[in-house]
Design a protein. Structure first.
Length: 637
């Protein structure tokens, strides 16, 4: 079969999608996933406990420092009566966090998600156990002293640490630890926001990079467990489970709301660019102080800026869930929304740039909701609440590059399904602008600066859709166990094409492969000398007149060899070739007593991959509608 014919065959088979996985099912999965379910349940439970405990710590510190009372109720510093002395509280928080980073772990700095990504990419998802303790404490101090951060980032990295610790205790593989890490992270987010579905999507889109049953089942189990814990605790306090933000149910019954979602999406896309750039621009600015001011004290500078921002607009302080609620209930004026937008953006960027500890999701939600609210006051259609929620969703998607998470997230946060069409329009536009204008998102920029080059795109492996039997080459040269090595060597020397085969199956009389031998084993076999052979009567003349010893292929063949079944996929073949560091592998028909089918080389797999690359990157192709119609009616295409 010619190269061109083979590539066309591969393309046609791939497009028809007619070949299932070797097991005949839709997914590659086995029963081993069941043994991880108990661990997913425990990870979800512990992550929920840690998450809710962190919220209590934040509430306790906020109440003590700003209101001089003992309570774990999560409140905003907004209504404090401390005046100018309130500036000292975030400065104190910055000092404590800086000291914890210096004497504890530098991983407590930042908003958490890059740290989780770092461990996934650099250390096989092994997260130090002390992070599960230090990160929530540092974040509670940072946010409880007025820091304009969210609790979800630290909770995500802490929940991830819980899952990672389980993976390390049981000596799981890197992939298994990664699944548990993401399960813990998603569970923490679910416990905070009460968004189990969005939390699973967030884990998959941002941390897992795959959409497979082995990860979806365990991550969903942990996320659902955490949400059940949240609901259970609510009922213990005689509270009915409800969304985090109570807003009026909305139905989009005006086509102009959908149209107006387009310019809002563009505005939110631009805001996503500014938000993502501002954090790392401030971080670069602080790095200029490296030789002048110890990094330990940078959060103090950030704390001072936060304190000043609190005097300008106290609603910008703290985790800000009540502020989001006020915006979605249309309790803030146009002036208040504009002031909140700029104040929150500035002090949040400065705080994170200084290296303190805190999350990004809640601040991004506040910035997006305030931007949408301003748009709502200007546009003559829809309500301010609608536009605030759409702005929240669109900016969330643009900053995190997780559009599906953002859309489901806003629905679960408010139980408001009616805004879905408008939210999709604004979200996808903001997401598209972010992807087109930013090389990396605010979540991945720090990892990129550390030298990691990775891709968040999820796609199927095209080699999973092609079975070996579609491209396997027939084997031209085989030997039997009784073939004399000297004859095999003579044959290879006189047949250059046979030498190129490199690997030679050894087949018994029933046609089953019992071993393999290599070209080097045959050509470099040490024969006995002629004098030794004459003395031991080992030399025999064959029909061609040359001399050989009595060594046979059985003496030099490899019995423990790696093979594949003809119904295995090219993806599995590529993995086997990489794992065993071999260039060619025998293909057998397992249903017929390991009958030899042929050989598969790494080059054959590359040819298959080349077909997909050409199919996705067709260039310089003229496009003619008439030509296309002509082809449709003149052929079966």
């Amino acid at each position: 079969m010619s190269l061109t014919t083979k590539l066309k065959l591969i393309r046609s088979k791939f497009k028809s999608n007619k070949y299932p996985t070797p097991s005949g099912s839709d997914f590659f999965v086995d029963g081993s996933i069941i043994k991880f379910l108990p661990l997913a349940l425990v990870t979800g439970l512990l992550s929920a406990i840690v998450a809710l405990s962190l919220l209590d710590m934040i509430g306790l510190l906020t109440n003590i420092l700003y209101y001089h009372r003992i309570s774990t109720t999560l409140v905003s510093p907004d209504k404090n009566k401390l005046g100018l002395t309130a500036i000292l509280i975030p400065i104190l928080g910055g000092l404590i966090v800086g000291l914890m980073a210096k004497f504890g772990s530098q991983m407590i700095r930042g908003h958490g998600i890059p740290e989780a990504l770092d461990k996934i990419l650099s250390s096989g998802s092994k997260m130090p156990p002390k992070i599960a303790i230090l990160k929530p404490i540092a974040s509670a101090i940072s946010i409880g002293t007025g820091g304009p951060f969210g609790a979800e980032g630290p909770i995500i990295v802490t929940g991830g640490a819980v899952g990672s610790i389980f993976g390390q205790l049981f000596n799981f593989s890197g992939l298994q630890r990664r699944i548990l890490l993401v399960a813990g992270a998603s569970a923490g987010m679910s416990a905070v926001f009460g968004t189990p579905v969005a939390s699973v999507l967030f884990g998959i889109e941002i941390l897992m990079f795959e959409f497979k049953p082995r990860s979806i089942i365990l991550i969903s189990t942990a996320s659902a467990t955490a949400d059940i814990c949240r609901i259970g605790l609510s009922q213990l306090h005689l509270l009915a489970p409800q969304p985090l933000f109570l807003v009026k149910a909305t139905e989009i019954d005006n086509i102009w709301v959908l149209v107006a979602s387009i310019p809002l999406g563009i505005i939110c896309g631009g805001a996503s660019y500014i938000i993502s750039k501002s954090v790392y621009w401030l971080e670069d600015l602080f790095s200029l102080l490296e030789n002048r001011v110890d990094k330990t004290y940078w959060p103090i500078i950030g704390g001072f800026a936060i304190g000043i921002g609190g005097l300008i607009d106290s609603k910008a302080l703290g985790v800000g869930y009540d502020t989001i609620d006020s915006m979605l209930l249309e309790k803030l004026t146009l002036t208040a929304l504009i002031l909140l937008f700029f104040t929150k953006l500035c002090i949040w960027s400065i705080g994170l740039g200084s290296g303190t500890s805190g999350g990004i999701l809640a601040p991004v939600m506040i910035i997006g909701a305030s931007l949408g609210g301003v748009f709502g006051y200007i546009i003559p259609v829809g309500s301010v609440a609608i536009w605030s929620l759409i702005g929240l969703t669109a900016v969330f998607a643009g900053v995190t590059r997780a559009p599906f998470t953002a859309i489901v997230f806003s629905i679960e946060l408010t139980y408001n399904v009616g805004i879905t069409p408008a939210a999709i329009i604004g979200t996808i536009i903001a997401y598209g602008i972010s992807v087109l204008t930013l090389k990396r998102s605010v979540l991945s920029e720090k990892i990129g600066r550390r030298g990691y080059n990775f891709n968040f795109e999820m796609s199927t492996n095209p080699l999973d859709s092609i079975t070996i039997k579609e491209i396997v080459q027939a084997c031209q040269t085989v030997f039997t166990p009784e073939t004399q090595v000297s004859k095999a060597k003579h044959y290879l020397i006189n047949n250059p094409k046979a030498i190129l085969q490199r690997l030679y199956p050894v087949v018994n009389s029933e046609g089953s492969v019992v071993g393999v031998t290599t070209v080097s084993s045959v050509l470099e076999h040490n024969f006995v000398s002629e004098s030794q052979a004459r003395n031991t009567d080992q030399i025999k003349a064959d029909n061609n007149g040359y001399k050989s010893d009595t060594s046979v292929i059985r003496d030099i063949m490899i019995e423990d060899f790696k093979s594949l079944d003809l119904n295995d996929t090219l993806s599995k073949a590529a993995d086997s070739i990489a794992e065993y560091e071999i260039g060619v592998i025998p293909i057998l028909d397992e249903s017929k007593s390991k009958q030899l089918v042929g050989l598969l080389t790494g080059f054959d797999i590359l040819l298959a991959r080349k077909a997909f690359v050409e199919d996705e990157n067709l260039k310089n192709q003229s496009f003619s509608v008439l030509d296309r119609f002509g082809r449709w009616f003149s052929s079966d295409e």
